[in-house]
Design a protein around this ligand. Structure first.
Ligand SMILES: [Zn+2]
Length: 411
């Protein structure tokens, strides 16, 4: 992600919030602000027709500048046509019609810029002025059925879907959409642990403040010059995950839990290895992603604790933290009871006999929808070379506050 994307996205999100004011204005909500704007800012003109001028207030200018961004989404569903502007509201596919018809021709035809849809319907029959139809044939297709209901403002997507207006809907409609990065599913999935996922996002984007990056501006060398884990070389993303002897020892233990024994001890190689299969919801891939993210998170935490808190944990203690974290997460999931599921869960839940967990304890009764076998999934896992050949029938997360429920299909 480009560095400039975040402020740009914040700007767009702020725009989404401001669109609520426009929506209130257009739907004539009962509020003092709406009445004030109609009286002093619009003064009888249509909101879409107000020109930008240099002497406008900053906030009013910002609101008006949002018009081209949201114009295509704001529709008028014509009922009786009494409040829908004939020229400025988008009530037909060709609309808004002021894009096609000049003001001069509007006035020549006997209509005005403040005309409403209802003004050209006489006795239930559409009656476009002949001179306008001759000059603008596009008007010939601009008709809609009138009813006795009031006109209604709608937020309509490009495919014609009408959505309930909300800030989240506006944001979804106007937010910038870049290409999906290949590692997206490796980090962002419903069962992730948010702080681990964010840490992984920083790692993949080389955003952690490692010594190789900090040394550029840390002239006083306040944070030291060597990796706090091995105390031999300056740390970097590549060194910490997982070339450093300390993190290497941790990962050497954890990688078998993730089914990644054959993969290089380089986190970027690991991300690439899981790669295209990361979007799959199979049990072993979900566990692999959790283990990788938890390992990176606790190694980075240990590095910082040693550097700034002057405390040390052994590799075993860090391994225990990683295992506990993943185990707790998996305990919120429901594994289906199958022979393979039991075996895989025992391994994946780090149940190596030292946890003291009862075998029954690792199971959470799953009330999830039925999950069926899927041979193609099995083939994919074998292609992935994830070490553990044992497969579960699937895992489902039980309802939790931070992690939305997601069905996890078969391996
Ligand atoms: Zn090191």
């Amino acid at each position: 992600m480009k560095a400039s994307c975040i402020p740009y996205r914040l700007d767009r999100f702020n725009s989404a919030l401001m669109v609520t004011h426009i929506w209130k204005l257009l739907s004539s909500k009962e509020s003092l602000w709406v009445k004030w704007v109609h009286m002093y800012k619009l003064n009888g003109r249509n909101f879409w027709d107000i020109p930008l001028r240099g002497n406008m207030s900053w906030s009013w200018r910002k609101i008006l500048q949002l018009r081209p961004i949201i114009r295509e989404f704001v529709w008028c569903n014509v009922g009786n046509g009494l409040s829908t502007s004939l020229w400025f509201d988008k009530w037909c596919v060709a609309g808004p019609l002021y894009n096609h018809v000049s003001s001069r021709d509007v006035f020549r035809s006997g209509l005005t810029l403040s005309s409403h849809v209802n003004d050209i319907v006489r006795d239930g029959v559409w009656d476009w002025p002949r001179e306008l139809l001759d000059k603008y044939p596009i008007l010939d297709g601009c008709y809609t059925h009138l009813s006795n209901e009031c006109d209604r403002l709608e937020w309509r997507l490009h495919d014609g879907t009408v959505k309930h207006f909300s800030v989240s809907q506006v944001w979804s409609s106007i937010r910038p959409r870049g290409e999906k990065v290949p590692w997206f599913d490796m980090i962002w999935f419903a069962l992730n642990i948010p702080r681990h996922a964010f840490n992984m996002w920083l790692i993949i984007n080389h955003k952690l403040k490692t010594q190789d990056r900090v040394s550029v501006w840390d002239v006083s060398n306040a944070i030291g010059s060597t990796c706090s884990l091995c105390e031999t070389t300056p740390d970097s993303h590549e060194h910490l995950f997982f070339i450093c002897p300390f993190s290497n020892a941790v990962w050497s233990h954890m990688k078998s839990k993730a089914g990644l024994d054959r993969v290089s001890h380089d986190i970027y190689a690991i991300v690439d290895h899981i790669g295209g299969n990361a979007s799959r919801k199979s049990t072993c891939i979900v566990i692999a992603k959790l283990v990788v993210a938890a390992s990176a998170y606790f190694i980075w935490q240990e590095r910082n604790w040693r550097l700034f808190k002057k405390t040390k944990r052994s590799t075993k203690q860090v391994i225990d933290c990683i295992s506990s974290s993943v185990r707790l997460k998996l305990l919120s999931c429901g594994f289906k009871r199958t022979l393979d599921g039991v075996r895989y869960a025992r391994i994946s839940l780090m149940d190596d006999g030292e946890s003291g967990m009862d075998k029954e304890e690792i199971w959470v009764s799953s009330k999830s929808s039925k999950i069926t076998d899927n041979d193609s999934d099995s083939e994919k896992i074998e292609e992935l070379n994830l070490e553990d050949p044992i497969r579960t029938k699937g895992v489902n997360e039980t309802k939790g506050e931070n992690t939305p429920s997601e069905n996890v299909s078969h391996v």
